[in-house]
Design a protein around this ligand. Structure first.
Ligand code: ADP
Ligand code: NI
Length: 218
């Protein structure tokens, strides 16, 4: 089996070539930011960094949103890749489980993670959905899907099934209430909670300004 650092670097290169230029918010730079976030969080946790880094790099390798809603594609692609690098089976299983469980599935659904490594990667992924970057990604995704930016007549829905959440086509502003403003309360680690608090406040400011501008008040 190659050295850990070599495996991580090869995986980063692989993902970069697969996801570069993707325009809906799941591009290589999202993965890069999640990678930076996991490093920031893991510094303060007792965790297996090899697992954390590889799961961060591979977490969007086959996102269900781009494979007709099929959630098994990502873990399978990750498994094949890690097997080709001769990563040991227990590590592959752990990484694939994290990738399987990481996704947000609606406000009324649970998203427990079974290991500290999983918690770190989920926190890191969710941090990239909030704050300035999160706002940018939400509008990029909404534009990609052809959603309206805002429509005061369409109220947010707190989805209680993954099916309802993933097929929604509501305006992008609704997504703030259906997901983004809820993420602060779902962080696992102390470091991510602190980062999320700051990013959350930034989004609150954005929304307040947005509604003022909408009515020509600022
Ligand atoms: P996760 O990584 O938690 O599974 P997703 O893959 O669902 O998150 O979402 C990826 C990015 O696209 C996030 O920034 C998310 O907020 C954004 N996004 C997902 N669904 C919508 C939507 N309906 N409207 C706007 N942005 C969305
Ligand atoms: Ni992601």
């Amino acid at each position: 089996m190659p050295e850990n650092d070599t495996i991580i670097q090869a995986t980063a290169n692989h993902i970069k070539s697969l996801l570069s230029g993707e325009g809906s918010g799941h591009d290589w730079w999202h993965v890069y930011r999640v990678w930076q976030n996991v490093l920031a969080i893991a510094k303060h946790e007792q965790a297996d960094l090899f697992i954390v880094e590889l799961a961060a790099l591979l977490h969007d390798i086959g996102d269900h949103k781009f494979h007709g809603g099929d959630e098994s594609v990502g873990p399978r692609m990750a498994q094949e890749w890690l097997e080709s690098l001769e990563v040991k089976a227990t590590d592959i299983d752990h990484i694939c489980l994290i990738i399987k469980e990481i996704s947000y599935k609606g406000a009324g659904t649970s998203s427990a993670m079974n290991s500290v490594e999983g918690q770190i990667v989920q926190d890191a992924d969710r941090l990239d959905a909030i704050g300035a970057i999160g706002i940018g990604r939400a509008f990029a995704y909404g534009g990609h899907k052809g959603h309206e930016m805002y429509n005061p007549a369409i109220k947010p829905v707190l989805h209680d099934s993954f099916e309802a959440y993933k097929t929604a086509s509501a305006p992008t502003l609704n997504h703030f209430y259906e997901k983004l403003l809820l993420l602060k309360y779902r962080m696992h680690t102390k470091t991510a909670k602190a980062m999320a608090a700051q990013r959350h406040q930034y989004m609150e400011g954005f929304l307040a300004q947005f509604y003022q501008e909408w009515e020509g008040r600022l």
